[in-house]
Design a protein around this ligand. Structure first.
Ligand code: ATP
Ligand code: MG
Length: 423
């Protein structure tokens, strides 16, 4: 026997109950998007490597060691997208979507990062992302947070903690950078290898270190939020005021810096303590400089991305996924000449009742085994077709849930008869 071919480590097949939870989450998120008037955008999975290097930042974990980068057959360096914002920014610029107009966009799909696979951390994972272009007001930062909270409410997720912070303006960050570097230099002996390297290239990234040995040093470091520019301070206050008005609780986490370089002002994460170490289920913030940095006209922007796998894990743990709709009708086919009329009959019901779940037995089997399948489908009615029924152009309709009497109905009357029975 040939060797079995398996999937790539960290890239999962999603099926059965997990797939249902996945679909439930996506359709719930889309419903919220429509509630707020956001529009769908569909983006390529592969982009030029340079796009990510320039947007996410050369000295970030993602760009330094997590990207799936390869040479195209013509030698171009391409990368499987590790996140959605960079591609979305490229797309709005390239298609002229930010000229004198606001864009409120959402997308979903797979992302790729070469990370160490573990619970809640995979090499192919999925995000649902939301991006708004053209609005600088704190109101839109707040709207994004509020609409994510609405999604949690609509899918029944409780106990997510909202953490927010401000990264200030580029100038405030530059000034703070000097203060931070001075502090880190005083404690140089405590820095790990990654951090030593970043001390020159990108010291703010050190604050995002996941190394527990660095935690104390980072906790005691001077905080960017204490060195904000006046406008960013006011902006953060406005975001907080809107959250207060809408009854959204939050904690200000001065250590929240995010793993990507493009953010300024508001950053936020929704965190759970119920998934172990991988507790952030949704993260985002403002990135006013990015559109210009990628070659567009300066455009304020803000967005976030949800980690679908982590949210699916929560939905599964808490049994929050609604049961699949059961069958309404199961068509039982018993005889030599029943398959063709049976199919036509099932189609006539699907035509008349587009919302209904109409299943049909395929592959024969005894009366008993077909009724077993009908029961398993949860159908309210079995419609039985044998050779004799076909000859007389009738069908037996047998209620399966309430023990009511079976009735014989002419094909021509079947849709009418089922009208009051299928809801
Ligand atoms: P983390 O700190 O957990 O590595 P991150 O800051 O790298 O997250 P973002 O780039 O902000 O993550 O992505 C947004 C969300 O996507 C995360 O909050 C998380 O829910 C999810 N996510 C990120 N990386 C992975 C992964 N490798 N596997 C599964 N989900 C992920
Ligand atoms: Mg990460």
């Amino acid at each position: 026997m040939a060797n079995k071919i398996t999937a790539i480590r960290g890239m999962n097949d999603i099926y059965a109950a997990d797939a249902e939870a996945f679909d439930f989450l996506i359709s719930s998120a889309e419903a919220v998007m429509h509630q707020y008037g956001y529009h769908s955008i569909r983006l390529p999975i592969v982009e030029k490597t340079e796009l990510f290097a320039r947007s996410i930042g050369e000295v970030t974990d993602i760009v330094e060691k997590e990207m799936y980068t390869f040479a195209d057959r013509n030698g171009d360096s391409l990368t499987l997208r590790p996140e959605g914002t960079a591609g979305c920014v490229r797309a709005v610029i390239q298609n002229g979507l930010t000229h004198n107009q606001v864009q409120k966009l959402y997308y979903t799909g797979p992302m790729f990062r070469y990370e160490r696979p573990q619970k809640g951390r995979y090499r192919q994972f999925h995000q649902f992302g939301v991006e708004v272009f053209g609005l600088a007001e704190a109101q839109i930062d707040a709207e994004l947070i509020v609409l994510s909270a609405r999604l949690w409410e609509q899918i029944g997720l409780e106990n997510l903690e909202l953490q927010i912070n401000s990264l200030g303006s580029a100038e405030a960050r530059a000034a703070y950078r000097d203060i931070l570097v001075a502090y880190l230099n005083e404690h140089k002996a405590l820095l790990d290898e990654d951090s030593l390297r970043r001390l020159d290239s990108n010291p703010l990234r050190i604050l995002d270190s996941k190394n527990p040995d660095m935690a104390e040093l980072i906790n005691k470091a001077p905080k960017l939020i204490d060195h904000l520019d006046e406008e960013s301070k006011l902006h953060l206050d406005e975001v907080k005021a809107h959250l207060d008005d809408c009854g959204i609780e939050y904690v200000v986490n001065p250590n929240l810096v995010r793993g990507l370089d493009y953010y300024n002002r508001t950053v936020f994460e929704w965190v759970t303590t119920e998934l172990g170490a991988q507790g952030t289920v949704c993260a985002g913030g403002r990135y006013d400089g990015l559109v210009e940095q990628i070659g567009g006209k300066a455009t304020p922007a803000v967005g976030f991305a949800m980690g679908i796998e982590r949210l699916v894990a929560l939905l599964m743990d808490k049994e929050l996924v609604p049961a699949q709709r059961q069958a309404d009708v199961f068509v039982v086919l018993l005889g030599d000449n029943v398959t063709r009329p049976g199919m036509v009959l099932a189609e006539s019901l699907r035509e008349a009742f587009p919302q209904a779940n109409i299943q049909m037995n395929i592959g024969g089997g005894s009366f008993k085994s077909q009724f077993k399948k009908a029961d398993k489908s949860g159908a309210a009615y079995a419609i039985v077709l044998g050779d004799q029924e076909v000859e007389q152009k009738i069908a037996a309709v047998k209620p399966l849930r309430d023990g009511a009497e079976q009735e014989t109905i002419a094909w021509d009357d079947l849709v009418d008869y089922m009208q009051t029975r299928i809801n």
